[in-house]
Design a protein around this ligand. Structure first.
Ligand SMILES: O=C(O)CCC(=O)C(=O)O
Ligand SMILES: [Fe+2]
Length: 304
């Protein structure tokens, strides 16, 4: 059957959207835009929309709890008249403790539903945090921000950190972290930007900003062309910071304090896939010590 020709991620996407009651007309453009051949997408949609029952999603890929929560959110969005524009990662929500296929054990430390924010502890061991810092140390340069009009990266007084980029899979450790995140968030490795390690000294900060590209800014176009919108952000905390250096969401009154090995995930878009202004966030100034984090932005589609 045509469904067998889809990757597990696409099978699950199809299953969820059929279960949500999305029409073939709304799903087809998203499949084609996501890189599936049109003829195959049409065959799949014909097959699934002809079926009396929604397709069961596989347990292994998505714990039931995660599916239910996501469905409830989508149902709410649909009830509010919203149409699902983009898919987004599906962070694992089931169970206080999670085990990934490479044996990594995590704990869900905090969860917020709107916007979707998850704090997982235990993504990295202490030795892995130290190894990431050591790998990055040789390539740290002054961080930049994207110019709103030109789309170019340039240093800015609002972002006083030093950073170093890693290509996807550049080192075994980088690849291992990427595989864990992909499994934890149920989002393909290929849709992720490379990991970026940031170092903030005392006074270093990243003032309030959005990670999504503002579609109304001229400079966003060239970024959106490759990989589409940023749909999720991962911040991996690599060091113990003596004082300050939290990640703060001013409109939520929420601040996450750095804890080595933990990862903060938040969805940059709401359940319909629309850029979410409540994700405004900042790296607050470091008051004592040094803050190291690794950031990964997840794109709507295959990136690079
Ligand atoms: O430093 C932080 O805690 C936040 C970093 C951040 O927002 C980013 O790199 O986009
Ligand atoms: Fe950010």
């Amino acid at each position: 059957m045509s469904l067998d020709q889809l990757s597990p991620e696409w099978r699950q996407w199809v299953a969820e959207n059929v279960a949500r009651g999305c029409t073939a007309e709304s799903m087809l453009p998203m499949m084609v835009q996501g890189g599936l051949p049109r003829a195959l997408s049409e065959r799949v949609l014909k097959a699934v929309h002809g079926a009396a029952q929604p397709l069961p999603a596989t347990q292994a890929l998505s714990p039931q709890a995660s599916l239910l929560a996501e469905h409830a959110e989508a149902a709410q969005a649909a009830a509010a008249g919203g149409q699902v524009l983009r898919a987004r990662p599906r962070p694992r929500l089931g169970g206080n403790r999670l085990r990934l296929s490479d044996g990594c054990e995590l704990r869900i430390a905090a969860q917020l539903d709107h916007p979707q924010v998850l704090l997982y502890e235990g993504l990295l061991r202490a030795s892995e945090c130290e190894a990431m810092i050591a790998l990055a140390e040789t390539r740290l340069t002054r961080s930049t921000v994207v110019d709103e009009q030109l789309g170019e990266a340039r240093p800015h007084e609002h972002r006083t950190s030093a950073g170093g980029f890693f290509q996807r899979g550049e080192h075994a450790l980088v690849a291992r972290i990427e595989a864990r995140l992909a499994e934890l968030l149920d989002w393909p490795v290929e849709n992720g930007e490379g990991l970026q390690v940031l170092r903030y000294g005392v006074g270093g900060e990243y003032r309030a900003h959005f990670d999504w590209f503002n579609p109304s800014h001229a400079g966003s176009e060239r970024h959106l062309r490759t990989g589409g919108q940023r749909v999720g952000t991962c911040i991996l905390y690599l060091s113990e910071v003596e004082d300050g250096g939290g990640t703060r969401f001013p409109s939520l009154g929420l601040e996450i304090r750095p804890r080595p090995g933990a990862v903060l995930y938040f969805a940059d878009v709401d359940a319909r896939g629309v850029e979410d202004p409540s994700t405004l966030h900042a790296g607050v100034p470091v008051l004592a010590g040094v803050k190291y984090i690794a950031t990964k932005w997840l794109r709507e589609r295959r990136y690079g």
